[in-house]
Ligand binder design. Structure first.
Ligand code: PEP
Ligand code: MG
Length: 753
């Protein structure tokens, strides 16, 4: 059987039409509004590769070491090319064309179709890991349909899919793929709907919506509207208008899907009327009742008619009874939970940099402390454990940005853990367990840290911190109002060649170009939202291990040593290279880039830095310039800094806390004394905010404390103008900011009654 119509299939047919096809058939049975269409069966795919005799060649090409990324890429290319370049047998092609003709007849004219891959049962469990196979929208005409079907087939052999299938123990020979061809809904509005709350499972329908096709919401590339309906009371309990920057629509001239700016008057308008929200809620309840489980539904509206495009079970609900301690064996180690999530994998202990290659995709990287050279291996790792460090060490910052669970400061992980051991780490609790924690629900949750697509509008801006440019897209998908801190030392240390060596070798231009590239990636992802880039701030001990770093001074206490603005003012030659980087970015049009100076303690430092900026040709009237408040000195005489002239200040609470309390932030022996909300720290912060508000200077926070909702509440109450949080904390901080602002308004209103 080559073709089967969607109305003829149901959940028993997954092996024939895949998960997507089966679920569409089920929804049709419930008479839900599903666009008509047919499935090219998984068996058709099998016929294709068998009849054309490419099956053996494909499977032979997939016999590679999947841990070797070169071999993996080659396998993907060979397998995909075999499918794309082999002519489809006439019998299959004829049936697809006939079915498309029939679909056109049913719709009363040649239709645009959505052609989507539908993973079959064998492949279903790992489909979410494999990144889903391809889909093609707005496909019209028989030849184009046949082509799109072949491309969907080819996507069965994407590199990630091959990798995960091998890791999960699936045989490529047993995995087939079905393709769904459906009348395309040229949506005016579309989005997703969770029929119950996606984390808690409560009976709250969560709907996210944007103009145009739903792809922008599914991919999390916009801040959509968000509507929440309490199914118990049948009332809309949340109604937030997102900023909805872009939309995907069908180009009227070419018929192709295009990405375009949402016109300003539409961006601020609600996508859905209340009656439409309630209608979607009703349809959602029907789907959930049918499956007897919360569903994640894609929907679309064309000319006021609602369509259901897809439904799959929600995989992110936290099940209390599935706590890891009950499943796995023994707590091996404890440390600080530095990046949330749970991950299981094989231990790879890295003591020297030349051992990094042994860390494969999905392993747990164990080391005394990570360094910027380790970022590629950290990207491959499923989890990270270190002996040293606190919540603001390199490992903690980078793993949070990568969305990789991490436990730091375990003291003895490199002793206790041995290569090849299978362990599980809990990045919330800071625990390391023996054994694998293999509950699918939690595994998927850890592997696919759900990207936040909600956007509450707050007066206090909620921004995001970034340290590695690889995190720019993840950070921007949070819908943050800008970047409150871009650390450039991770980029510089990652070059692994000391800046002075670049200068000595006459390669300053190359150095500047590298910095421009790194910053530009972030400035692009956020443009035109502001990106505050901080000038170099790394302690001397981190520079010493770089090629050419032998001359770095040896300091007793690098944290109190030659770092931040004092280093730049002592090594003006290098400071000027940083400033030339900024000049180049402004020439390229990145007017959204601001400059932030770290670790200032006297207004003279600000004055001197400005003089050098002017020497390099920066126009200070056009640049947002600010300082970090990280020393009690700068907080206590903030009025004198304001007098000197600046646009903003940002609390670096990681340092402000260590300098106020005399507690080394990286010393686990005194970690118990480290308290960012110590009354003395809060008193300094309050004083600075007050002075800034008096002078009309913006105030912000970019230290780790800004990621705590409790701290966010206090800062909003104190009147801070923005809060910059880690990627994973943007959403919870935004919620707290919104709630606090509303409460303040309410209290004021009550008082005035
Ligand atoms: C801080 O000190 O709070 C800060 C954000 O800077 P860093 O952590 O890079 O020292
Ligand atoms: Mg600091």
């Amino acid at each position: 059987m080559i073709i089967v119509w969607l109305e003829e299939v149901g959940s028993k047919d997954i092996a024939v039409v895949g998960g997507k096809g089966a679920s569409l058939g089920e929804m049709m049975k419930e008479e839900l509004p599903v666009p008509g269409g047919f499935a090219v069966t998984a068996q058709a795919f099998r016929h294709f590769i068998d009849d054309t005799k490419i099956a053996d060649k494909i499977f032979e090409s997939l016999k590679v070491d999947v841990n070797n990324s070169e071999e993996l890429k080659k396998a993907e290319k060979t397998a995909k090319n075999l499918i794309i370049e082999t002519k489809m047998p006439q019998k299959i092609e004829k049936e697809i064309l006939a079915a498309y003709d029939e679909l056109c007849k049913r719709e009363g004219g040649e239709v645009f179709a959505a052609v989507r891959s539908s993973a079959t049962a064998e492949d279903l469990p790992d489909a979410s890991f494999a990144g889903q196979q391809d889909s093609f929208l707005n496909v019209k005409g028989g030849e184009a349909i046949v082509n799109a079907v072949k491309r969907c087939w080819a996507s069965l052999y994407g590199a990630r899919a091959i990798f995960y299938r091998v890791k999960q123990g699936f045989k490529h020979e047993q995995v087939n793929i079905s393709v769904i061809v459906q009348t395309m809904v040229d949506a005016d509005r579309a989005g997703i709907m969770f029929t119950s709350h996606p984390m808690s499972g409560e009976p709250l329908t969560v709907i996210e919506a944007n103009w145009g096709l739903g792809e922008t919401v599914v991919a999390g590339s916009v801040s959509p509207d968000r509507y929440v309906v309490d199914r118990r009371t049948k009332r809309i309990v949340q109604h937030d208008i997102g900023s909805k920057e872009i939309m995907h629509i069908r180009d009227t001239k070419t018929g192709k899907t295009i990405k375009t700016q949402v016109p300003a008057d539409m961006a601020g308008k609600a996508v859905l009327r209340d009656d439409e929200v309630m209608k979607l809620n009703e349809l959602g309840e029907l789907v959930e009742t049918h499956y007897d489980y919360p569903q994640d539904v894609e929907w679309a509206i064309k000319d006021d008619k609602i369509y259901m495009l897809q439904s799959r079970p929600v995989t992110t609900i936290q099940k209390k009874e599935e706590e890891p301690e009950k499943v796995i064996e023994e707590v091996l180690l404890e440390g600080l939970g530095a990046s949330p999530g749970i991950a299981s994998g094989k231990v790879k202990v890295v003591m020297k940099l030349d051992e990094l290659d042994k860390v494969n995709e999905g392993d747990i990287l164990v080391t005394s402390m990570t360094t910027p050279d380790m970022v590629p291996a950290m990207e491959r790792a499923a989890g990270i454990i270190t002996d040293e460090g606190g919540l603001t060490c390199h490992a903690a910052i980078v793993s949070r940005e990568l969305g990789t669970p991490a436990v730091v400061g375990t003291k003895e992980s490199t002793n206790v853990l041995k290569d090849g051991m299978v362990i599980t780490i809990d990045g919330d609790k800071g625990h390391v367990y023996e054994g694998r924690f293999d509950r699918t629900v939690q595994d998927e949750q850890a592997a696919t840290t759900p990207m936040v697509t909600t956007k509450q509008v707050t007066v206090t801006e909620v921004k995001v911190n970034i340290s590695i440019s690889e995190a720019a897209q993840r950070a921007s998908a949070t819908g943050a109002d800008g970047v409150g801190l871009l650390r450039i030392e991770h980029m510089i240390l990652g070059l692994n060649k000391h800046p002075q060596l670049y200068i000595k070798e006459g390669k300053s231009e190359e150095y500047v170009a590298q910095l421009v590239k790194g910053i530009q990636t972030v400035a692009d992802a956020f443009y035109p939202k502001p990106v505050w880039v901080r000038t170099l701030d790394a302690p001397t001990d981190e520079f010493r291990s770089m090629q050419g770093g032998e001359d770095e001074p040896k300091e007793h206490n690098p944290m109190l040593g030659w770092r931040g603005i004092r280093r730049d003012l002592g090594d003006v030659e290098h400071f000027k290279l940083e400033l030339r980087t900024f000049r180049k970015l402004y020439e390229l049009g990145y007017s959204n880039v601001g400059i932030m100076l770290p670790l200032v303690q006297h207004p003279m430092e600000l004055r001197r830095a400005k003089e050098i900026m002017i020497e390099v040709g920066l126009n200070l009237d056009k640049i947002e310039l600010g300082i970090m408040v990280e020393t009690p000195a700068s907080a206590l005489i903030i009025d004198q800094f304001i007098e000197e002239g600046l646009d903003f200040v940002s609390f670096g609470t990681n340092d402000l806390t260590q300098y106020t309390l005399a507690v080394d932030r990286n010393n686990e022996n005194v970690a118990y004394l480290y308290d960012e909300q110590h009354p003395a720290v809060l008193k300094l912060i309050e004083h600075v905010i007050l002075e800034c508000n008096r002078a009309g200077v913006k105030s912000s926070i970019c230290g780790q404390a800004g990621s705590s909702p409790e701290m966010a509440r206090k800062l909003v109450e104190l009147g801070i103008t923005s809060i910059s949080a880690n990627i994973d904390a943007v959403e919870s901080v935004r919620e707290m900011v919104a709630r606090t602002e509303k409460r303040i308004l309410l209290e004021a209103a009550r008082k005035s009654l």
